[in-house]
Write a protein that binds this ligand. Structure first.
Ligand SMILES: N[C@@H](CCC[C@H](N)C(=O)O)C(=O)O
Length: 257
């Protein structure tokens, strides 16, 4: 069988995108998901996204990490909005469903602003913070981020501190009052990705909560590009959390399986 796919990237976090509105994709075939994401035996990507019909919103985003596990994906959500616009499903504003509920988003040219869910709990430990922004995130400040061994230290924490369920692990270095450098070890990819949308959202909120910034607009520099996170803080909760950055189609093609 032949399957048309579209390859997207959002600040270097890359996804195989499939229009599954006709329910053509065999979701239970985890081998197909992992092979499509394989950079040698497949198309190659950090994750796979199925764009589907939803009866209460414009579309449903069904997201799979490259190991076929599921979670919310911020950059994937931004790319899914760009894909929905390409398919003519939406114009410049949308509400769509993801694993963590409904999300609003806007697209202007190839820049997508995605509303993330509110965050009411940030667990603060002496050397790190932990919070859920749709997926779980450990946020830890380090010196010399550029030379930091993200793969080794990320894997150690992902498996050692968080057990089987695991967590994404973000390492952070402050640049100035409202900007930070971030590198992320992603569970489900089991390696460093060039950017993680839910991860940089977690970093922005954790840095604000820690008092490292007093700004409600935080700029993040990831290895794959820059993202902006805006939010409001009300009674200890973070609301109106907006993740903004580019989302682009890279190429399209067909695979046979
Ligand atoms: N790259 C994503 C995060 C994807 C989910 C994560 N790997 C997990 O399983 O928790 C993003 O942009 O948010």
């Amino acid at each position: 069988m032949r399957l048309q796919f579209y390859k997207y990237q959002g600040t270097g976090n890359d996804f195989v995108m499939i229009d599954n509105r006709q329910d053509i994709f065999p979701k239970s075939d985890t081998k197909l998901i992992t092979t499509l994401c394989d950079r040698r035996f497949g198309v190659g990507a950090d994750g796979l996204i199925l764009l589907e019909n939803d009866n209460m919103s414009d579309f449903n985003m069904d997201y799979y990490n490259s190991d076929a596990s599921q979670s919310m994906c911020g950059n994937g959500g931004r790319c899914a909005v760009a894909f929905a616009k390409f398919l003519g499903i939406i114009d410049s504003e949308t509400t769509f469903r993801a694993i963590d509920g409904l999300h609003k988003a806007k697209i202007i040219d190839d820049v997508v602003t995605l509303q993330m869910h509110d965050v009411s709990e940030v667990r603060e430990k002496p050397s790190y913070s932990f919070l859920d922004t749709g997926s779980p995130h450990h946020v830890q400040m380090v010196d010399n981020l550029e030379r930091f061994d993200v793969l080794k230290e990320g894997a150690k924490l992902r498996y050692g501190l968080y057990g089987k369920t695991g967590s994404n692990i973000n390492f952070v270095e402050q640049v100035d009052n409202n900007s930070f450098g971030v590198r992320t070890y992603e569970r489900g990819v089991e390696g460093e990705t060039l950017s993680c949308g839910t991860g940089v959202t977690a970093v922005a909120i954790a840095m604000h909560k820690l008092g490292k910034t007093d700004s409600s607009e935080v700029h993040i520099k990831s290895p794959g590009g820059n993202l902006i996170i805006g939010f409001q803080q009300q009674n200890g909760s973070y609301t109106d959390v907006m993740l903004t950055g580019p989302a682009k189609m890279v190429f399209t093609g067909e695979v046979e399986w």
